[in-house]
Design a protein around this ligand. Structure first.
Ligand code: ZN
Length: 283
């Protein structure tokens, strides 16, 4: 919590892999309110790293839908700003620099395990969205410094087994994870030469001088991983505010496939922005 004297900078960080739904509406509304309460800035970052899943039409739709909900930002792919570009697909140089720092510090290693190797050794992850704990076959490798660039193999962060990663979430309170048990050596760069989510997010938050991350509680464990990266690269620390997840009427997590609950669909059915926000808050 070293940010007390720094102006508040928050961010909205949607992925253009589908239409935003009322779960996003709640999280992004909360992020916008917190920026207003702190008289701070709000940044829109387009997390379009995955070329297979990201589509420009969804990026366009998310900007329209957020705007329609009444959410405003002062920096973003649509309006520019001092930390441009604001689309992750255009920020490769930042991620490469982070990768080099991790490589030089001995924090990461190349992993040549196939999907099949991993599937055979894996223990089942606790929830469907999480990656299984890596069994560790490649973690003893010491040839990282022979790689001038990351392409061609997977790169993993060597987590400090048994260490506790603890943080105080501003909404959900004390959180505690054990490295090597709750999560294993996670990916920082993919074999297909795409930086992994965890690496891109910490590099961008640091470069864009973000002071508080507001996002869904499904990313609590990602925060533990990101704290290890932040520590390794010596990025500034930031605050976290994780929002409770919105559930569908059957009680399961809302996913982008719930098109009926997409902001776009509700709007096209004549539902007002105020009503969408009410639905989001009541879920
Ligand atoms: Zn491996």
């Amino acid at each position: 919590m070293s940010q007390a004297s720094t102006p508040y900078r928050g961010r909205l960080a949607p992925s253009p892999t589908g239409l935003l739904h009322i779960g996003h509406a709640r999280t992004f509304w909360t992020a916008a309110q917190r920026a207003i309460e702190h008289r701070g800035s709000l940044i829109l970052r387009n997390e379009d790293l995955d070329p297979q899943r990201s589509r420009p039409e969804f990026a366009h739709a998310m900007i329209e839908d957020l705007y329609w909900l009444g959410i405003r930002w002062t920096e973003g792919p649509d309006c520019g700003g001092p930390h441009a570009p604001y689309s992750q697909s255009e920020r490769r140089a930042f991620y490469l620099e982070a990768w080099r720092q991790l490589r030089d510090g001995g924090f990461i290693y190349p992993c040549t395990c196939s999907r099949k190797d991993l599937a055979q050794a894996a223990t089942a992850p606790n929830d469907a969205d999480d990656e299984p704990v890596y069994p560790g076959r490649c973690r003893g490798r010491t040839d990282s410094c022979q790689f001038a660039d990351p392409a061609g193999v997977n790169w993993r962060f060597r987590v400090p087994d048994g260490d506790e990663v603890a943080f105080t979430d501003l909404n959900l309170g004390a959180q505690r994870y054990t490295a090597g048990r709750d999560f294993g050596d996670f990916l920082v760069w993919r074999r297909d030469d795409v930086p992994a989510y965890q690496l891109a997010v910490v590099a961008d938050d640091a470069a864009m001088q973000i002071t508080e991350v507001v996002r869904g509680a499904d990313l609590l464990k990602s925060t533990a991983r990101q704290l290890l990266l932040i520590q390794a690269i010596e990025y500034p620390t930031l605050n976290y505010f994780h929002c409770e997840l919105v559930r569908d009427p059957a009680g399961s997590r809302l996913a982008k496939r719930h098109d009926a609950l997409s902001i776009r669909h509700l709007r096209e059915s004549g539902v007002s922005a105020e009503r969408v926000m009410e639905m989001a808050r009541q879920s």
